[in-house]
Design a binder for this molecule. Sequence first.
Ligand code: BTN
Length: 333
Amino acid sequence: MSSTREKLISLLSNQSENFVSGQWLSSQLKISRTAVWKQIKQLEEDGYKFEAIQNKGYRLLVQPDKVSENTLYWGLDTKWLGKSLEHYPVLDSTQRLAMEKAQKGAEEGLVVVADKQTTGKGRRQHRWYSNHSGGVWLSFVLHPKMVPAKAPQLTLLTAIAVVQAMESATELKPMIKWPNDILIGDKKIAGILTEMQAEHDEIHYVVIGIGLNVNQTSNDLDHQIKHMATSLLIETEKTYHKQVIIQAILTHFETIYHDYLLNGFEPIRKQWLHYAYRLGDLIHYTINGEENRGILHGIANDGSLIIEDEQQQKQNLYSAEIKWFEGVENNES
Ligand code: BTN
């Protein structure tokens, strides 16, 4: 059960375009109008700003720069993604919790956000350093009606949504390193983890996890990943309102996901190529233990990577057989 203060914030957040009268707030909250006024004064002390007009009431203008369920709802213009949302100051992993909630029947669009994660998960059982509140750490639940073989396409379209969100907030030009890394230059700034529960030809649920380094300085990044990771702050020398970045990710994801459900993967594939890291470059890869070299040609309709080998033959790569450059990868170890 939320407190009177939380209910008040939520009533004002939901009506951010309109004035709400003290009378209406007092009847909703079942407290006197003087008590409403006192609560509003306290909120102002905490950084909230209101426009108050006699006979009209209050309108919320500014929320403090802090991630909370309320600040995330405020101004979120998605239709379904994030309409149900849980925020935690600390969690072991948003991915673990979202998978558990999906298993118990959570609806499509549930978003779990944490300020810090104690055991963040990366791909291939790697750990994901996220015990710092400067990053965006979130996971959300989908129930796509499609065959499990198409799930890798979801990682690729999520990467586009994250890149577009970064472009909307910064002047940066991020690139996507197939399949799930987002880079600035050669440094990783974000990663995507797609997990699902599926059976035969049916997906029960998918959970997509996104980790994006936002307000960390280079000292805030774990020493093991410092040399190969970066953040929006490091790249632009600016700090960001994380709630705005989260909202942008959710909005871009919803748009691109609708496009995908309506028009299939082909338009997504074309957009993806626009952001592809090392497209047209010579890269090293291994197939069945044998080292090869080839040109990174693009991605196929099933989301696999197409390489043109030295005999001009095209090969489709499905897993982590690629050596992008010497060294390791990211927020992972
Ligand atoms: C990778 O690049 O290996 C994927 C990293 C995914 C990290 C995110 S952070 C939010 C969510 N919760 C987790 O434990 N992992 C994902």
